[in-house]
Design a protein around this ligand. Structure first.
Ligand SMILES: Nc1nc2c(c(=O)[nH]1)N[C@@H](CN(C=O)c1ccc(C(=O)N[C@@H](CCC(=O)O)C(=O)O)cc1)CN2
Ligand SMILES: NCC(=O)N[C@@H]1O[C@H](COP(=O)([O-])[O-])[C@@H](O)[C@H]1O
Length: 191
């Protein structure tokens, strides 16, 4: 049985699209059963609709109780009975309820070679530090920020003249492949 995937996105959703494309082409031992976002306008939601995948939006309103938001997100995701939760450009930290419910079944893809450059601005931070090589990492989410068990990682060189946009786009090409490969590896490891 293919893994049931719930994919969480906040922006463009090109990593989600890589999963949807791999699924459509029979290269994914998984099925995206739902897409969720904290941002109502996220383009990833349009990608879900185009693929006929149900979606939901769960914004964190200013001043809202964070633990309640986390419990509600947990219930929304749990409703789709995922085998694996994929955080693919989801820009919110998961809290205790979410982590307790899904345990080691949450993965995230990050645009740097962890443990270097954790957080929301990994590409800009790598450029600011002047490193010659950065990369992409897929890891299991834990209670820290980008501190979980690393499942896959690959270096990406920083080229002369790179800016955040050009470097991030090259990293995302690697992330898309690593993410599909990691889902397939986790599926194989289950059987
Ligand atoms: N408990 C965890 N949750 C998440 C992790 C993680 O490692 N542990 N990874 C992220 C993705 N991520 C980078 O990889 C990341 C996302 C968001 C933040 C952050 O500080 N977010 C702020 C709000 C930002 C905003 O909405 O503009 C917040 O949540 O308050 C840091 C790292 C997925 N979740
Ligand atoms: N810390 C989390 C983080 O930086 N996530 C990053 O957001 C991008 C999402 O791209 P997409 O919206 O095109 O899929 C990806 O590079 C992902 O690693």
């Amino acid at each position: 049985m293919p893994l049931r995937l719930v994919v969480l996105v906040s922006g463009a959703g090109t990593l989600l699209q890589a999963l949807l494309d791999a699924q459509a082409q029979g290269r994914l031992d998984g099925r995206v059963v739902a897409v969720g976002s904290d941002r109502p306008g996220a383009a990833g939601l349009d990608r879900a609709a185009a693929a006929g995948v149900p979606s939901f939006v769960h914004p964190l309103a200013a001043g809202a109780d964070r633990a309640s938001w986390d419990r509600e997100l947990t219930a929304l995701v749990a409703g789709y009975q995922p085998d694996l939760v994929v955080s693919a450009g989801f820009m919110k930290l998961f809290g205790a309820a979410f982590l307790e419910r899904f345990g080691d079944r949450i993965i995230n893809t990050h645009p740097a070679l962890l443990p270097a450059f954790p957080g929301m601005h990994a590409v800009a931070d790598a450029l600011a530090q002047g490193v010659a090589v950065t990369g992409a990492t897929v890891f299991r989410v834990d209670a820290g920020v980008d501190t979980g068990e690393i499942l896959a990682a690959e270096p990406v060189p920083v080229l002369p003249g790179d800016d955040v946009e050009t470097l991030h786009e090259r990293i995302k090409i690697v992330e898309r492949r690593l993410l599909v490969d990691t889902v397939n590896q986790l599926s194989r490891g289950r059987s």
